[in-house]
Design a protein around this ligand. Structure first.
Ligand code: DLL
Length: 414
């Protein structure tokens, strides 16, 4: 409660956006007297962050910001987040806490296959593992064969990765004739994208380790907002001493009781550089206050079951269909009729962009069409950060819709 009040006071004083929003809602920081008053606060959306791009939501002077991360947005405009030295310290502690919930400790070796860079996964897990006193292998994503050799030779005991990459590691290990039963891996901390109980079983079986789910988002901090415990693996303990969760109805935005499914909303209560009031995550889940066998008392969130917007997560990269659309619209030879088809090949997501070409282009020779496909693929990779296969089709072959266009065909079974 004390932390919440201090946060509201601070954002009111330091962030013009919040001063305007609180004034418009006729709420003054001193009106916040109990946790129930949380519902009087205005919501914050991703659009608000975009409108204040890049640093307009920061609550401290730039000279106090020691780190910047970003995640993709609808129009290619990134959502930018900042951290003070104390924020990094808090994040490290929370990630250490998350890894500890998976049974990691000093003396462990953490093979960290989350991507390093603007994405929060790599550095978030890295700092947490170091804070715990473990040894970190900052391997990042990609280069799968080499990863398997390093895991084997160095004797990693904990794996941190997206669940799809974990399964990919298993497949490649099999091709190489490396048996995970001969490795020292004991536990894995997997997240950044949705996955299922079936996938957990498959990962646990093929990698011969115990797998827990970790949740987070750049805006709220990065990984380490909530995590499952090794003991129960039943819901993710939300670190409520730093982030107050609520479930609201995605349309009416009314708060919903425990157990009911709705949109997850977070208010940060210790962040300095980038505090957020009632941030709408768009993630759909439930909250449960039931005590856990592990003894942790934090409320638990269920697995994220989906999103209330159209954001896709492809190999861990957040992509909005409109980003791909902007790339296509820049290419003169193609028509604005397209579909995004998502498949699962083995354990990896494969995105195929099916797009119509104009009559004139269609009569061109195959070589020209192939080079056009390549050009669009390069643009998508550059602009959206995700690899896609582009398939050009004849004019008027994509079914026209009578209402909302069905742009996305998601055949992935997770
Ligand atoms: O994905 C942070 C992270 C890194 C979490 C590493 C866990 C591990 P963003 O790139 O901003 O941040 O994407 C956040 O990813 O709103 C969810 O839709 C989705 N997401 C994250 N973790 C999970 C999970 C990182 N365990 C968005 N299950 C979130 C399902 C998840 N979805």
């Amino acid at each position: 409660m004390r932390r919440l009040r201090a946060t509201v006071e601070r954002v009111y004083a330091a962030v013009p956006f919040y001063r305007r929003a609180l004034d418009a809602a006729r709420v003054s920081p001193k009106d916040i007297r109990s946790l129930d008053d949380l519902r009087r606060l205005p919501f914050t959306t991703k659009q608000d962050l975009r409108d204040n791009y890049p640093f307009g939501m920061f609550a401290v002077p730039m000279e106090n910001v020691v780190r910047i991360h970003a995640s993709s947005g609808t129009t290619g405009q990134a959502t930018v987040v900042g951290y003070t030295a104390r924020d990094i310290d808090t994040w490290s502690n929370l990630m250490a806490r998350a890894l500890a919930a998976a049974g990691a400790h000093r003396g462990d070796m953490v093979h960290n296959a989350y991507g390093y860079g603007l994405f929060t996964g790599g550095l978030g897990a890295h700092y947490g593992a170091e804070r715990l006193g473990a040894s970190v292998i900052p391997i990042s994503g990609g280069n799968t064969k080499r990863q398997i050799m390093i895991m084997k030779d160095f004797g990693a005991t904990i794996l941190t990765a997206t669940p799809s990459f974990a399964l990919h590691l298993a497949e490649v290990a099999e091709e190489l004739g490396v048996d995970f039963r001969s490795l020292k891996l004991r536990a894995g901390v997997f997240g950044a994208e949705p996955w299922s109980e079936e996938m957990r079983r498959e990962i646990e079986r093929s990698l011969n380790l115990s797998a827990v789910d970790i949740y987070g988002l750049s805006e709220v901090m990065g990984p380490g907002v909530a995590v499952e415990c090794l003991e129960a693996k039943k819901g993710l303990h939300v670190f409520e001493d730093h982030f107050i969760p609520e479930i609201v109805h995605p349309e009416t935005l009314d708060p919903m009781p425990y157990g009911e499914e709705g949109e997850l909303v977070f208010t940060t209560v210790t962040k300095e550089a980038f505090p957020l009031l009632r941030y709408r995550t768009r993630d759909i889940t439930t909250l449960s206050p039931e005590p856990c066998v592990c003894g942790r008392t934090h409320v638990r969130m269920g697995r994220v079951r989906g999103r209330s917007d159209d954001m896709l997560i492809i190999r861990g990269v957040n992509v909005f269909p409109s980003q791909i659309e902007s790339v296509l619209l820049e290419v003169e030879e193609v028509e604005p009729h397209y579909q995004l088809v998502l498949e699962r090949e083995g354990s990896l997501d494969v995105l195929t962009v099916v797009v119509e070409v104009g009559e004139r282009t269609f009569s061109d020779e195959i070589k020209k069409l192939q080079s056009l496909e390549k050009r669009i693929e390069t643009n998508i990779k550059e602009y959206c950060g995700v690899s896609a296969k582009v398939k050009l089709v004849e004019p008027k072959t994509i079914t026209r819709s009578e209402g909302k266009a069905q742009r996305v065909i998601d055949n992935r079974m997770i």
